[in-house]
Design a protein around this ligand. Structure first.
Ligand code: HEC
Length: 131
């Protein structure tokens, strides 16, 4: 009987390890793809939300304290078809939106925040990991 419990434990452990490795690999692939699409660094982008205060208006998965309700939730943003209902969700359009939302949609509640080109790329990279 004991050997059976031992065997089951080994099988479960092996399964859990394989699952974990698979999830890490998948996450890594998603990050690489987002970086390739935008020319930005997703891990740095994630840190920039606090710097620009995006979380005061948006709920952003994976970002501590980002629970704002003034703007739309950015949950699964990588799957969206449109940005602010205005432009197709392409890397170029997203980078432009982050830097100059008022040019794209005059009078939107989203302010111009002086986001630099490099920062916009990094933020866009993070947003495209949200699948
Ligand atoms: C003062 C509130 C406010 C702040 C601060 C703000 N946003 Fe927004 N954001 C909005 C609103 C409101 C919209 C919706 C615009 C619309 O649809 O007209 C929006 C739209 C967006 C969208 C498009 C979402 C969609 O579903 O189409 C993205 C992406 C976005 N914001 C990212 C950011 C990022 C990144 C920052 C920080 C650099 C930021 N926002 C800061 C209010 C804000």
């Amino acid at each position: 009987m004991k050997w059976l419990v031992g065997a089951v434990a080994v099988v479960l452990l092996a399964g859990a390890t394989a699952l974990l490795l698979n999830m890490r690999q998948r996450h890594h692939e998603i990050e690489q793809r987002a970086a390739w699409l935008t020319g930005g660094r997703p891990t740095h982008g994630r840190e920039l939300f606090a710097h620009y205060g995006c979380g005061s208006c948006h709920t952003i998965p994976g970002v501590r304290g980002a629970g704002g309700m003034a703007g739309p939730s950015l949950l699964r943003f990588g799957q969206r078809t449109f940005i602010a209902g205005q432009r197709r969700n392409t890397p170029q359009n997203l980078i432009a939106w982050l830097q100059h939302p008022q040019h794209i949609e005059p009078n939107t509640a989203m302010p111009e925040m002086g986001v630099t080109d490099a920062d916009a790329r990094d933020i866009a990279a993070y947003l495209y990991t949200l699948n």
